[in-house]
Design a protein around this ligand. Structure first.
Ligand SMILES: Cc1cc2nc3c(=O)[nH]c(=O)nc-3n(C[C@H](O)[C@H](O)[C@H](O)COP(=O)(O)OP(=O)(O)OC[C@H]3O[C@@H](n4cnc5c(N)ncnc54)[C@H](O)[C@@H]3O)c2cc1C
Length: 467
């Protein structure tokens, strides 16, 4: 193949993977669907990527940037074959600039590594996707990921002040820089963050760090009524307390977690919430007590404040175990993250219950409830075509419910392939057209991560069946 001959002039042969086994390993992510790339390449520098992208433009070859492939929306899937760029290999730089309170990182560094490095210097990088031990900062940047701490500290975009990128036409460009303030021209950094690998390939990032909060306290509250847990969350936020995290698990999630790795959670309650506050030790003490009180007022059957770091770690381990525990319940896991305004959390929880019952599906609900960012998960079997049809309808109804409640299709997992058919539902035709014009201006040949974000012509619904 002529393309391959040219790629061998850019990269050594051991960083070009073409065997079926190698390509299969890059054909999926943590979502639904499998697509075989024609080749996988492992560049190490922006210059190598620039040359590969220029070559891709000459040959009209689709290019799919990929971090650790933990995307839950199909972000890195090579839906039109072509070339996968394995950016998880680009991980040589993770520098802390103590004076400017910054981290300067390569795209393949894991989020967990940035947390560890920052803490060595008494600093703190807040975004904390539950996958942080494995996902890359590149993936976080392009999905604008967040996690439990998003409630108080916001999402990845709040911490990115500069990027080095390769454009879809192969130029190497820097956006932003080391200054916390920068209003020179359009904010290209913010445009690239959250663009799901469709506008640029990130080759370096400058991240803002903050001082590590001196104290934190965590509680766990259980509820006999599912919707009452949502009321507790809404009431606490309405009282002007801003916890770091307010995470919710329904009964099915609690049971799955206990089956997966028992830690003594009560399996007979309808829901459980985890609340964490941080800051000055005196303020933390007072706020956790007020949160406990408000949980009881909303109907909590039991409230327990962690007394030491060991108890706190155990509570968070339960939350971290939700995804792996659910993956063991059945062969196919469809994860959504439709998000609603905070005052609509109880209404959304009620709608999710109704949708699960209407379509008779195994629907689990957990997530960053304080953000209104619930994660309904349907455990099903893709071989069962009749059930998959019901899943398709249920997923559409979940998105409709979120948008009708003033919410959004995705709070953090991105659109990818899974939600693209619903873009017009939220943004309208003109909104989608404006975004398409940006994509066309940046990527005239449509080579960078094609098949993502925008629906294919006539596509109005996610299709999970083989028909
Ligand atoms: C168990 C589990 C828990 C999770 N918990 C959370 C959570 O709490 N919060 C959350 O937000 N998400 C969560 N996720 C989703 C996922 O981990 C995040 O979206 C993460 O940011 C993806 O990182 P990654 O390295 O795996 O990227 P990938 O999945 O490989 O890629 C994600 C997107 O980024 C693009 N991309 C990757 N690197 C680059 C680059 N350098 N340049 C250009 N484009 C690039 C890809 O093309 C793709 O569109 C979870 C996933 C799992 C499996």
């Amino acid at each position: 193949m002529k393309v391959l001959v040219e790629i061998k002039q850019i990269l050594p042969e051991e960083r070009i993977l073409c065997s079926v086994a190698d390509r299969s390993a890059y054909s999926y992510d943590a979502s639904f669907g499998e697509y075989m790339p024609d080749m996988v390449v492992q560049p190490r520098t922006a210059l190598e990527i620039s040359k590969l992208v220029q070559l891709a433009n000459r040959h009209r070859l689709p290019v799919y940037p990929r971090g650790s492939a933990t995307s839950l929306s199909g972000g890195p899937l090579p839906v039109y074959g072509g070339m996968v760029l394995d950016l998880a290999q680009m991980k040589d730089k993770c520098e802390i600039d103590r004076e400017n309170m910054l981290a300067i990182v390569s795209p393949g560094v894991t989020t967990g590594e940035i947390h560890r490095k920052a803490e060595e210097y008494g600093l703190f990088y807040p975004p904390d996707p539950s996958s942080s031990h494995v996902c890359t900062i590149g993936g976080n940047l392009l999905e604008n990921s967040s996690g439990p701490r998003g409630l108080k500290y916001g999402t990845t975009k709040e911490y990115v002040i500069g990027l080095e990128v390769v454009t879809p036409t192969g130029e190497i460009v820097r956006t932003g820089g080391k200054t916390v303030k920068n209003v020179t021209g359009y904010d290209l950094t913010r445009l690239i963050v959250g663009s799901e690998g469709t506008l640029a390939i990130v080759t370096e990032a400058i991240l803002r760090l903050i001082p590590k909060p001196p104290a934190r306290k965590t509680l766990i509250a259980t509820f006999e009524e599912f919707v009452a847990s949502g009321m507790a969350i809404t009431n606490i936020l309405a009282q002007g307390i801003l916890p770091v995290a307010m995470e919710m698990m329904d009964q099915q999630c609690i049971r799955a977690v206990e089956n997966f790795q028992p830690i003594g959670l009560p399996t007979d309650v309808a829901a459980m919430i985890i609340i964490e506050v941080d800051g000055h030790p005196l303020a933390v003490e007072e706020e956790i007590m007020r949160c406990a009180e408000m949980c009881k007022q909303a109907g909590a059957s039991h409230v327990q404040v962690a007394q030491n770091e060991e108890e706190r770690t155990k509570i968070w381990q339960a939350r971290k175990n939700v995804s792996p525990a659910l993956a063991q319940v059945g062969p196919t896991k469809i994860s959504e993250d439709a998000t609603v305004p905070r005052n609509q959390i109880p209404a959304m929880m009620k709608r999710l219950r109704e949708i699960g019952e209407k379509y008779q599906l195994n629907l689990f609900v957990f997530g960053h409830a304080g953000d209104g960012n619930l994660h309904p998960v349907i455990i099903t079997d893709r071989q069962n075509q009749a059930e998959m049809k019901r899943v398709e309808d249920a997923v559409s109804e979940i998105f409709e419910a979120a948008v009708l409640l003033g919410g959004t299709l995705s709070g953090e997992h991105g659109i990818g392939t899974m939600k693209s058919p619903y873009m017009e539902m939220e943004l309208g035709t003109v909104g989608v057209q404006l975004m398409k014009k940006i994509k066309e201006a940046w990527d005239p040949n449509g080579i960078l991560n094609p098949g993502k974000i925008f629906p294919r012509p006539g596509q109005t619904k996610v299709v999970l069946t083989d028909e």
